[in-house]
Design a protein. Sequence first.
Length: 169
Amino acid sequence: MTKRCSKCGEVKHPDDFCSNKKWLSRVTWCKQCQAEAARQRRANLDDNGKRAEAARAAAYRKDNPWVSRAKTMNSRVRKAGITGHISGKELEAIWIAGNGKCWICGVAADEFDHFRPINTTGGNGKHQASNIRPICHECNYKRDRVWRGEEKANKEAVLLCQLKQMLHG
């Protein structure tokens, strides 16, 4: 199946168009043409328009923090050459399920962790909701990036928790 962009006239794969399924049949410009049109629209804004656009974007980020976090996470993973996608709703559900606490030591979490590492040096974890857990920065920094199995990962978590308790009392 292919689709023709009404802006540039090129025939492209449907993945090159909007990914929102309810809009897929109605969107006639490819992602590349939509991005170019948005760049031109922003370039033509006056100072008041730029301020209004920045205020609108800031308000959206404030009202939808999970969308921003998911977008950042997906972008980093994609740049590393790993496939997968997590939505803001999935991240929020993971955070709520973990009560916003580090899955290793139980203190307030401030990051997300791929339980099974997604690196290309043996982790082979997937970038999907079932592989993500809330974690604090200290535990995430100390956690090993090599996958030796679920049992060893859980033992490592217990040891990290004990180490943290010894260091911080």
